[in-house]
Design a protein around this ligand. Structure first.
Ligand code: TYD
Ligand code: MG
Length: 458
């Protein structure tokens, strides 16, 4: 019996279905299933890209015999970008750069490509903006423009053909949602087109050793197939995110076959394009308005480095029967857990209070070291007592009120001391062997000790 073809794909998560249904059973999104038509000839026709040194060999080799002598990574020229890619760009890899429209994806890639084109063969394919628009932007940003090769094209087959002649070492396709494969009838941006176009491009990158960047827009309404649909095909998926009110952009790895994810690169969008921010602690810590109750600084671990960030809480008497619990930048369930611990083991009741928690600067803390500072900031707001400006707090809180150690405690403390913090409340398990003179460190074992210290603090 012939195998049934996949006929529907969820535009949110990329799950496959043979029949249409109202809700995606994978990601639970409603009305996101779109018809998927694989191209007629895609099975039978094999595409070959000859003439490349790194052309795919069809012979089987032992893993140990794979040639590793050639250094496959090269730098993008921006250390924050390299960091997110896991230490540089890998030859023959396909990297998806996702983000909301206007996040700065084209700007970031244009800057990178202009600089890279000075030392290697680089091709920028623009399907969204005209060549004039790109050139005007490059000129305004004062970028080196002589060597970058530009192509305005949306037909994937034509792009691959041109690239095959030009043999670029690095190529950008901006964006995947406007690309189309001629064999497929559906409109550009549909699941079928996006999938098939990405498959073509990644196959091209793999077979020719070209490093490929694919731009993908994240859209809310699902009218365009989002980056999730092709995440399984590509090697790295990185997201350029911005908090709406800020000129800072964070670049975050979602998937990386060549390095660790959860690395964070920080950029600032200035009038002269994107600039790297090499010391992110300094931007997340603009605390001129401090001395306000409910504000505390913590050190969280992002990828391979510690970053200082301010956490704020607002505890206010609830006007409704059902008090609000809102956490931004932290897990809401964790906050509910902390409030329960606070009540049970600290005797502090918040059941009749609205509790809001916010991590400043649009940062998301995805690890447990944010527990203790969240607790401390909630207490500070509840008691309406400001904490000292030179205090830093980190640690995990357990369900029995114990304070648990977190990884890399020493480095976190060092980072805080570097930014002239003089006092710290940290887990006992993270107690440093040597403490800088002039720095007061409380290493605590349980919630009771924390409450004692907070009472003592002026
Ligand atoms: P762009 O790279 O076009 O976004 P994307 O490709 O992700 O859709 O970035 C556009 C935004 O960046 C736009 O809203 C204006 C801003 N911007 C600056 O603030 N300064 C600059 O120098 C540039 C080039 C863009
Ligand atoms: Mg763009």
């Amino acid at each position: 019996m012939a195998k049934q073809k996949i006929a529907f794909v969820c535009s949110e998560c990329g799950a496959d279905y043979t029949k249409w249904q109202g809700q995606c059973s994978e990601c639970k999104a409603w009305n996101t299933l779109k018809e998927f038509k694989p191209s007629a000839g895609s099975k039978s026709r094999s595409v070959s890209f000859e003439g490349y040194a790194g052309s795919l060999s069809q012979t089987v080799t032992s893993l140990s015999e794979v040639d590793l002598s050639e250094q496959p990574r090269f730098t993008t020229g921006m250390s924050e970008f390299d960091r997110v890619l896991g230490g540089g760009l890998v030859k023959g890899s396909a990297v998806l750069v996702g983000g909301h429209p206007g996040a700065g994806k084209s700007t970031l890639l244009l800057q990178t490509m202009c600089h890279l084109s000075e030392s290697m063969n680089a091709l920028y394919v623009t399907g969204e903006e005209s060549l004039q628009q790109v050139a005007m932007r490059a000129q305004r940003l004062n970028l080196p423009m002589q060597n970058l090769q530009m192509l305005s094209e949306t037909n994937v087959e034509a792009i691959c053909q041109t690239a095959q002649e030009l043999k670029p070492a690095i190529m950008v396709v901006d964006s995947i949602q406007v690309m189309h494969v001629p064999d497929i009838e559906s409109a550009p941006g549909s699941v079928s087109q996006v999938r098939e176009a990405a498959a073509w491009l990644t196959r091209f990158a793999k077979q020719t050793g070209t490093a490929l960047f694919i731009v993908g827009h994240v859209t809310k309404d699902g009218s365009l197939a989002g980056p999730k649909v092709l995440e399984h095909m590509i090697d790295c998926s990185i997201m350029l995110e911005s908090s709406s009110d800020s000129r800072f952009r964070t670049l975050r790895g979602i998937k990386n076959r060549f390095g660790a994810v959860n690395e964070l690169g920080v950029f600032a969008m200035l009038d002269m394009g994107l600039k790297e921010v090499k010391n992110p602690s300094s931007i997340f810590l603009s605390r001129e308005s401090a001395d306000a109750p409910g504000s505390v600084v913590t050190v969280f671990w992002e990828g391979t480095r510690p970053i200082l960030v301010e956490m704020q809480a607002l505890v206010d008497e609830s006007q409704m029967g059902y008090p609000k619990r809102v956490a931004v930048g932290q897990d809401s369930n964790r906050m509910s857990m902390l409030l329960a611990v606070l009540n049970r083991h600290g005797g502090v009741f918040t059941g009749d209070q609205d509790v809001f928690l916010n991590v400043v600067g649009g940062v998301r803390i995805a690890e447990t070291s944010g527990d203790l500072p969240a607790l401390v900031s909630i207490l500070s707001s509840l008691k309406n007592k400001a904490l000292p400006k030179d205090l830093v707090v980190f640690g995990e809180v357990g369900l029995s009120g114990e304070i648990r150690p977190v990884p890399s405690g020493q480095e976190r403390l060092k980072e805080a001391v570097k930014h002239s913090f003089k006092r710290a409340i940290i887990p006992f398990g993270n107690k440093p062997k040597t403490i800088d003179p002039g720095v007061k460190v409380w290493s605590v074992k349980n919630l009771q000790e924390v409450l004692g210290i907070l009472r003592e603090l002026d």
